[in-house]
Ligand binder design. Structure first.
Ligand code: F6P
Length: 531
């Protein structure tokens, strides 16, 4: 780390130490206008940082950290398609996936935005073909970024599923996942979408083969004819998809410059588009693009992804909080925490900086969460009174998009939902010294310390556009943190060892007599399995 950057980090440590003696309640007491100053809009998102342990002094140092680590230049490099994924020598251009037609971004002399729009048009045509052929369910087979984004979004946008095609998602190599998905499906109206950037991922290829066998048995066709008729593929390894038997007209490309966890806006979103239709999908892209523009254009001090990333730095590095909870008060965002786990932890769970030196500061916190209000009746005890402080991101909407119940019931339940969100954020921030009903009863047991930080993100309703905005907001906040930590947020070498070992273990399960370098504990476990 450069000395000049180290000095700003030291200043941040001093700010955190200073603020350690000041509570969130104190911050509100000294600055009654705090909410006005600390609620910042990006597109249709209203983001409230006022319940963070942050004041103008700390913010100034955080912004200085962004400048010292050259955030603005690195952002420009990313949007321009420079190979900022240094360990893989790749551009990082998920923002090109939602750039309007006519924008020119080149990688190796190729206009990638033109490719993106050609592919979007092909996706839209294929959705129509799938529908016209009588298919009523597409089963997306993929894992990690080839599952979490589209699965999360399909659930989030269920009220916008207008095509009559149901999208289902299978990821785990556990056969129970595929079996449960297929159990009530009719092979005559089912198609498979194999989503895999590499087209080599063990889990996906195994599930794809089993699904094709299930389809061919149901249709009375051989597996080759089944693949030709009913299998679609999304991959940057188009040759492998072809070799697998998927006809060229069913193969949608993606590109090296899209990371798996940033790929929802690419053809990896095909199954999602099958369910919500091309217009809604394009609306989601427009929402993402609106936040891309905000990220590029807003000054750093009013730039929401920048502020979100920097607040995360303060919590992780200034205060040493090792975990962050994401609690959407929207049941349809039930998979959003899992989606963010990959986005943030696979991007920023790194111990080497971009030059290959050990980092000097902690990197990604553990990210986790569940929808409210369910979480309140499970783990909120620890959030309020546990010995660890866990910052929370609360997410909520002004209006419910639920359908099928009486309007009044939806409205009144939604009010209860939102009152819980606001109450939890207040209780965490301000606490309560003793039980309000009877101060003598159980004293400390019933005291809430408060001073537990949170950010609240609000919008009008969960639509394709606001979902797109929310996703882009977190993507860019993740990028900001990677820049400040000086790491490459776009590789994932840490997943490789387990994949290699799993292949060695599999080979040993099949042939225990063959020579192996597996450790004694693993060998004993394999003997137990084979017994
Ligand atoms: O193992 C991690 C990973 O490489 C993720 O980064 C990726 O999203 C996932 O596996 C799936 O990879 P693929 O799309 O190539 O099957």
């Amino acid at each position: 780390m450069e000395e000049s950057v180290r000095r700003v980090w030291a200043a941040l440590d001093r700010e955190a130490a200073r603020l350690s003696g000041i509570t969130i309640a104190d911050l509100f007491a000294v600055d009654p206008d705090r909410v006005t100053a600390m609620v910042v809009d990006a597109g249709d998102l209203r983001v409230d940082f006022s319940r963070q342990r942050l004041d103008a002094g700390a913010l100034k140092v955080l912004l200085a950290l962004a400048e010292a680590t050259e955030l603005a230049d690195k952002r420009t490099a990313m949007f321009a398609g420079l190979p900022i994924n240094a360990t893989e020598q790749r551009a990082v251009l998920h923002t090109a996936l939602r750039a309007p037609a006519g924008t020119r971004i080149e990688v190796d002399g190729v206009d990638v935005v033109a490719d993106v729009h050609r592919t979007l048009d092909r996706m839209a045509r294929l959705v129509e073909e799938v529908r016209a052929s009588g298919i009523r369910t597409v089963v997306n087979i993929g894992i990690g970024g080839s599952n979490l984004g589209p699965a999360m979004a399909a659930l989030a946008l269920a009220p916008f599923a207008t095509t009559g095609i149901d999208a289902r998602f299978v990821s785990n190599v556990d056969p129970a996942d595929l079996a449960a998905c297929l159990a009530d499906l009719d092979p005559r109206t089912t198609a498979i979408v194999v989503s895999s950037k590499t087209f080599t991922t063990q889990e996906t290829m195994a599930n794809a083969r089993s699904a094709i066998n299930w389809l061919s048995a149901g249709l009375g066709l051989d597996p080759e004819a089944t693949a030709a008729a009913r299998v679609y593929a999304v991959s940057s390894n188009v040759a492998a998809a072809g070799a697998f038997g998927v006809p060229a007209e069913h193969v949608l490309p993606m590109w090296d410059w899209v990371g798996g966890r940033f790929s929802l806006a690419s053809a990896i979103g095909f199954s999602l588009m099958c369910s919500i239709g091309a217009d809604n999908f394009r609306e989601m892209l427009a929402g993402m693009h609106a936040i891309d523009r905000h990220f590029v254009e807003a000054p750093l001090e009013g730039n929401v992804p920048v502020l979100m990333g920097l607040v995360g730095i303060l919590n992780r590095n200034g205060y040493g909080y090792g975990s962050r909870a994401v609690i959407p008060y929207l049941q349809q965002l039930g998979r959003f925490p899992a989606y963010l786990q990959q986005l943030e932890m696979e991007s920023n769970g790194k111990r080497s900086d971009i030059e290959g030196n050990s980092v000097e500061r902690h990197t990604s916190p553990v990210v986790w969460g569940e929808p409210g209000t369910n979480g309140q009746h499970a783990f909120f005890q620890l959030l309020h009174q546990g010995t660890d402080i866990i910052p929370v991101d609360f997410i909520g909407a002004r209006r419910s998009t639920a359908v099928g119940l009486a309007d009044d019931d939806i409205a009144s339940q939604h009010q209860k939902l939102m009152s819980n969100l606001f109450a939890q954020a207040a209780a965490l921030a301000f606490g309560a010294p003793t039980a309000t009903d009877n101060p003598n009863a159980l004293g400390e047991h019933r005291a809430f310390p408060g001073n537990r930080p949170s950010t609240t993100i609000l919008f009008d309703a969960l639509t394709p556009s606001t979902l797109g905005q929310l996703i882009a907001l977190y993507e860019h906040a993740t990028f900001v943190q990677g820049v400040v930590w000086g790491i490459n947020s776009f590789d994932q070498w840490g997943v490789e060892l387990g994949k290699v070992l799993a292949n060695s273990v599999l080979a040993h399960i099949a042939d225990t007599a063959a020579p192996t370098t597996l450790d004694p504990a693993t060998l004993a476990a394999v003997s137990w399995l084979n017994a």
